[in-house]
Ligand binder design. Structure first.
Ligand SMILES: Nc1ncnc2c1ncn2[C@@H]1O[C@H](COP(=O)(O)OP(=O)(O)O)[C@@H](O)[C@H]1O
Ligand SMILES: [Mg+2]
Length: 244
């Protein structure tokens, strides 16, 4: 166990005969954005769901801030992990306004703290002027900012994002991505960001992890992965595709 914010060791999960996560090891440093880049079906969503506590691995350990949250005799409930997850479709409540969506996850807190948190994340995500709108009255990029605001209001130790730009028009993706990077960096939010799009992965992250068939093939800063892929799979994912 190192001095990491999050550490997964030797994770395995099977769905029937399908061995989806295979002896997977990874760690996360405080404040960093790590992207997990891999082809569709390699197990990225499953890995996020395991970290959030929504799936139980058949084997392995997970540590959060040096406390074991999953292991042979330990399985901390999702609600006690303080991990925020943003799903592909944002999963906003359609019948609640922007502000009510944000307050929903922190309704257990004292009213004054709720309002402070809500105010803080609305500023961070520039949603102040939109707080009384309903999700259907927002653009895709704005909806995504609400999803981020709602999660950041809970002060998660780690934020997990599953292909967060895949529902946006191509013309919006770049600006929304830059906006999100700005939000994550200015709030110093430790994030795991999953994508199958190498440009997204390389542009947004401090480190990139290449995932192939349920395991991490290579991890490093974007330029290192790009210029020194350690395998054919890494090279294919990072776009360096002349094999000799
Ligand atoms: N709950 C489940 N039950 C059975 N198979 C699953 C389940 N979740 C995922 N899988 C399978 O695990 C593999 C990896 O899926 P997933 O984690 O969604 O990949 P990715 O997000 O990288 O596209 C796929 O073969 C998928 O069919
Ligand atoms: Mg997925």
């Amino acid at each position: 166990m190192g001095d990491f914010l999050l550490e997964c060791s030797n994770l395995n999960i099977n769905f029937g005969q399908n061995h989806v996560i295979k002896n997977l090891n990874m760690h996360l440093l405080a404040g960093e954005i790590l992207s997990i880049l891999g082809p569709s079906g390699c197990g990225k969503t499953t890995l996020l769901r395991i970290i959030a506590g929504l799936e139980n691995p058949s084997q392995g350990n997970i540590y959060l801030k040096n406390h074991k949250i999953f292991g042979p005799n330990i399985n901390l409930q999702p609600s006690n992990r303080n991990i925020g997850m943003i799903f592909q479709d944002y999963a906003l409540f359609p019948h609640l306004t922007v502000e009510k969506n944000i307050l929903f996850g922190i309704s257990n807190l004292e009213k004054k703290i709720q309002d402070e948190n809500s105010e803080r994340v609305q500023q961070l995500t520039r949603l102040e002027g939109l707080k009384d709108r309903y999700p259907h009255e927002l653009s895709g990029g704005q909806q995504q900012r609400v999803a981020i605001a709602r999660t950041l209001a809970t002060n998660p130790t780690v934020l997990l994002m599953d292909e967060p730009f895949s529902n946006l028009d191509a013309s919006l993706r770049l600006s929304v991505r830059m906006e999100m990077e700005q939000i994550l960096k200015s709030s110093n939010t430790t994030t795991i960001f999953v994508t199958h799009d190498r440009e997204e992965a390389f542009s947004i992250s401090d480190r990139v992890a290449i995932m192939v068939e349920g395991a991490i093939q290579q991890v490093g800063p974007p330029d290192q992965i790009y210029f020194w892929p350690n395998s054919k799979e890494s090279a294919l994912m990072s776009g360096n595709c002349d094999f000799i």
